[in-house]
Write a protein that binds this ligand. Structure first.
Ligand code: HEC
Length: 142
């Protein structure tokens, strides 16, 4: 992935003229166009870099539970686009998804229906959250 720096508003950007940096166990989201994002252009997108293998590991967790969680489609619908009152989780920003899973697991998000998610997140490691949530879910069509 490109070398990055943290700019205004704690947003990460590609270093102009920079080389590359190792991704490690991180998800890095940077604007496709730093200048347009600084101008708050809502049509300018973001690119997320994810660790190698994380998509496959995430798919395994989401579709089989891998012995540590519950298949997401049971509640979130066949293509994870939502079912009844259960929200869509396909194609959302990786940072948003990871934050929600962390908040639900640690009790920072507790609505009446988030109780339904408790068993799903109880045994997820931080790496699982990264793989599953962030890398795999974010790769799906919204
Ligand atoms: C037993 C049902 C159930 C299962 C299984 C389940 N979820 Fe959920 N999930 C819910 C419900 C209900 C909500 C809405 C909670 C709320 O309103 O606070 C939710 C919310 C979420 C959210 C927050 C979405 C948002 O819009 O903020 C994420 C992210 C999420 N689930 C991910 C997952 C993943 C990943 C899996 C599979 C590993 C999974 N869920 C499995 C029921 C489930």
């Amino acid at each position: 992935m490109p070398e990055t720096y943290v700019g205004a508003g704690a947003m990460r950007h590609a270093e102009p003229g920079g080389g590359t940096e190792p991704i490690g166990q991180r998800i890095i989201e940077i604007p496709e166009n730093s200048h347009r994002v600084d101008l708050r252009d809502s049509h300018s997108g973001f690119i997320a870099y994810v660790p190698p293998g994380s998509l496959e590991a995430g798919k395994e967790l989401a579709t089989t539970g891998a012995g540590r969680t519950i298949q997401c489609n049971i509640c979130h619908g066949a293509n994870l686009k939502g079912l009844g009152d259960v929200p869509s989780i396909a194609g959302r920003s990786p940072m948003y998804i990871a934050r929600q899973l962390w908040d639900i697991k640690h009790g920072a998000r507790k609505g009446t229906s988030s109780a339904l998610m408790l068993e799903t997140v109880a045994n997820l490691t931080d790496e699982d959250v990264l793989n599953l949530a962030a890398a795999y879910l974010a790769s799906l069509e919204p």
